[in-house]
Ligand binder design. Structure first.
Ligand code: NAP
Ligand code: MG
Length: 496
């Protein structure tokens, strides 16, 4: 008997898009193989079988893609259009995603193992994101500056040029949309480089663009290895900006590489986010949310609340409620309707996550729930809770990126704020209390890009800025910040 929800292998979805391998690069509106002819395979983590193969690009392919994006940026059909027309292109993109949403979500679920309900939700977020940014081109105002007599001075915002979107495997379609939509809304062109494990939804998206009027070359895709194709993009002297979501290690490397031509950068990196539960909180609601905030997406989420701090007087009561909630997180096939946790995204990632069980035990911690390898030899990790551990232990400091959290008791607000901020990261944070003034006071003191008060994580689809303090990144996606991040400010001084 299998320990997870399974389905008949014969019923595994196989979108027609997957026929005809290998998938090619999308450059200047044309499909072409990598110049070297090299390919990579992409794996379904549920079956660990090859789904299909994709082109593995190198620097020569990257040169072609950047040149195509540059030509499109300079063409009248992209640079000499009305803001309204630019908005219409984004609306068309949203419509074509919506008409093919199930297929795009299916590709992400096959490619990275996320439950279909989750990947379909992410595609829904992407649709909302494109519609949000479709409204921006007609609303990006400049300023008239206070001017001396005889002068008229003003400030305008202009596109950067060729921008690069580099994205990870945990939310493939969503992460790419968060970059491409604002880049296009501000008049830039894009070369996207999805993660090698999860390039399929981006490639299908490029095919679907043929059903829109978006000019050729405005959007291009390079697939391949981060260290080769990605590296060529971040070193490229004709790339104006890189918007990157991924690990802090690669983010630091990118920061150094961007010096070559002083590229503009947005970095969305890792996290080890605190969930703070005060004794006066609605404990059942807090336990339900705390479970979801570290288990959703099998814990492969940058905003995962993986350090749960509970005020000492309610520690036992809260632990029991949390254990009950965790028990409802059923592992299984991403396409089984009752699955809450799918397999981890790859064998290499699974090995890394389960290696943290020993990291925890070696520090003298107790694994009170989970902490076992998949009895079926697959890539499933059961919800895992680590107790009897201090905040300075590796298991409490390093990003595991799996369904693993530590539970640490605290006494008083100063102690919990100090522990929460004692991290190299500062992405999200969660605060549970019925005391409104306590909630806002703690929110002000937390070093985190987002504070969710009596709320689970809410992923922005345009309105709310998103990003991190400290080593969780630089800059913000969404909000008005992202419009600034994809434009240059130009000051114009006129003597009348
Ligand atoms: P990763 O190894 O940093 O990879 C991210 C992307 O960078 C992939 O497309 C990768 O390509 C590419 N890449 C790797 N080396 C590169 C190089 N030298 N030059 C240019 N590009 C390169 O991260 P990951 O392990 O896939 O993703 C998990 C991480 O992402 C976690 O740390 C998580 O917290 C973070 N994340 C952050 C957010 C956020 O919004 N803050 C959201 C989601 C995930 P290949 O995959 O093809 O090698
Ligand atoms: Mg894959």
């Amino acid at each position: 008997m299998s320990h997870h929800l399974s389905l008949d292998p014969a019923s595994r979805p196989r979108p027609r898009f997957l026929d005809g391998a290998p998938k090619q690069l999308f450059i200047g509106g044309e499909w072409r193989p990598a110049g070297s002819g090299q390919t990579l395979t992409t794996i379904d983590p549920m079956t660990e079988q090859v789904i299909t193969s994709i082109a593995s690009a190198d620097a020569a392919d990257v040169d072609l893609a950047v040149a195509a994006a540059r030509r499109a940026f300079e063409s009248d059909e992209w640079s000499a259009i009305t803001p309204y027309q630019r908005g219409l292109y984004l609306s068309q993109i949203a419509d074509v995603i919506e008409a093919n949403a199930d297929e795009l979500a299916t590709l992400d679920s096959l490619d990275m193992g996320g439950p279909f309900a989750l990947t379909r939700w992410m595609v829904g977020n992407a649709i909302e994101t494109y519609r949000h940014y479709a409204g921006w081109p007609t609303k990006i105002y400049g300023q008239t500056a206070p001017s001396a007599p005889g002068q008229f001075n003003y400030v305008v915002r202009q596109p950067l040029g060729v921008t690069v979107a580099i994205t990870p495997w945990n939310g493939p379609f969503l992460q790419m949309s968060w970059k491409v939509a604002p880049a296009l809304a501000t008049g830039n062109t894009v070369v996207a480089k999805p993660a090698q494990q999860t390039s399929l939804s981006a490639l299908r998206f490029a095919e679907l663009l043929a059903q829109t009027d978006l000019p050729r070359g405005v959007f291009n895709i390079i697939t391949g290895e981060g260290g080769v194709a990605g590296e060529a993009l971040i070193q490229h002297p004709d790339v104006n900006k890189v918007s990157f979501t991924g690990s802090t290690a690669v983010g630091k490397h990118l920061l150094a590489a961007s010096a070559v031509n002083v590229k503009r950068l947005t970095l969305e990196l890792g996290g080890k986010s605190p969930t703070i539960v005060f004794a006066d909180a609605d404990l059942p609601a807090a336990a339900k949310a705390a479970a979801g905030d570290f288990l959703n997406g099998s814990g492969q989420s940058c905003v995962a609340g993986t350090r749960i701090f509970v005020e000492e007087p309610v520690r036992e009561e809260f632990s029991a409620l949390l254990a009950e909630e965790m028990a409802t997180y059923v592992t299984g096939d991403p396409f089984h309707p009752d699955t809450v946790i799918g397999p981890l995204a790859s064998r290499a990632h699974y090995d890394r996550v389960v290696s943290y069980f020993d990291v925890a035990r070696d520090a003298g911690a107790t694994i009170t729930t989970g902490g076992v390898e998949d009895p079926d030899g697959g890539l499933f990790v059961a919800p895992t809770l680590v107790e009897n551990v201090t905040n300075d232990a590796r298991i409490a400091q390093e990003e595991v990126f799996g369904p693993v959290a530590v539970l640490i008791p605290f006494n008083g607000v100063d102690e919990v704020v100090r522990m929460s901020n004692d991290s190299i990261y500062g992405l999200a944070s969660y605060v549970w209390t019925r005391d409104l003034s306590q909630a806002h006071t703690v929110a002000a003191r937390l070093e985190a890009g987002s504070v969710f008060i009596n709320s689970t994580a809410q992923m922005s689809s345009g309105i709310l800025p998103f990003g991190g303090f400290k080593q969780s990144g630089i800059g913000r996606e969404h909000g008005t910040d992202v419009i600034d991040a994809f434009t240059e400010t130009k000051t114009v001084v006129v003597n009348l």
